[in-house]
Ligand binder design. Structure first.
Ligand SMILES: [Mg+2]
Ligand SMILES: [Zn+2]
Length: 218
């Protein structure tokens, strides 16, 4: 059976975190205290992200998307990586704590929508309301928002090896379940600390090489 790949979006496929970029550009200063609460674990990611977006008027939708299309950068080798996984018949899923209204446009032309799992936004109210189609299952109490370990449990067929690609604390719970982790930044430090089987990466060319060398695809 082919291994199943779960790849993060913000800070992994894109060079920077898009939620932070949007808040810096569009939100009133209160967003920073909410971000600090999330980092200090005084509130869950789900609560914090919901509160941050509720600071933004729904009317900003198009402007936010355009801003990210103009400024966000996709990491080198990503489209080659997607093509390679197809060639190898390896299922690839994008699992993201980002929001559909910017994740889809940024990934348009790179990968099919059906392979992307992220949060959603509702623009019918005065301010942006986030909805959570992939909230935690009964095995996770973290209020992740988009729960990566739950998605891993749901999408990987029984017995299939799993590979997690990511960069941050929000990838750690899924990384602990994976057979192999391809990591950068904070997640890389955590892989070392917890002795998780892993390979560091900078570009998606490195990711292809890591997968070619990894025992899990043999
Ligand atoms: Mg990330
Ligand atoms: Zn969860």
């Amino acid at each position: 059976m082919k291994p199943v790949i779960f790849c993060d979006f913000d800070g992994t496929i894109t060079l920077n975190d898009n939620i932070i970029a949007v808040m810096k550009k569009f939100a009133p200063p209160e967003w920073e205290a909410i971000k600090d609460d999330i980092l200090a674990q005084k509130c869950s990611v789900q609560q914090g992200v919901g509160r941050m977006f509720s600071l933004l008027p729904s009317s900003l939708k198009e402007e936010i998307v355009q801003f990210l299309l103009d400024t966000a950068r996709i990491r080198d080798g990503f489209s080659e990586f997607v093509a390679w996984t197809k060639q190898q018949h390896m299922p690839l899923y994008i699992v993201s704590g980002g929001i559909d209204f910017f994740v889809y446009p940024l990934l348009d032309g790179f990968i099919e929508k059906e392979r992307i799992f992220c949060n959603r936004a509702d623009f019918r109210g005065e301010t942006i309301q986030i909805t959570w189609p992939y909230a935690c299952d009964e095995h996770c109490q973290n209020e992740c928002g988009c729960c990566k370990p739950s998605l891993l449990r749901k999408l990987a067929p029984k017995g299939a090896k799993t590979i997690v690609i990511g960069d941050s604390i929000t990838d750690l719970a899924a990384a602990k379940l994976a057979d192999h982790v391809i990591a950068r930044d904070f997640l890389l430090e955590k892989c070392r600390e917890f002795h998780l089987p892993h390979t560091p990466f900078t570009t998606f060319y490195d990711v292809i090489d890591a997968l070619k060398e990894s025992e899990v695809i043999a």
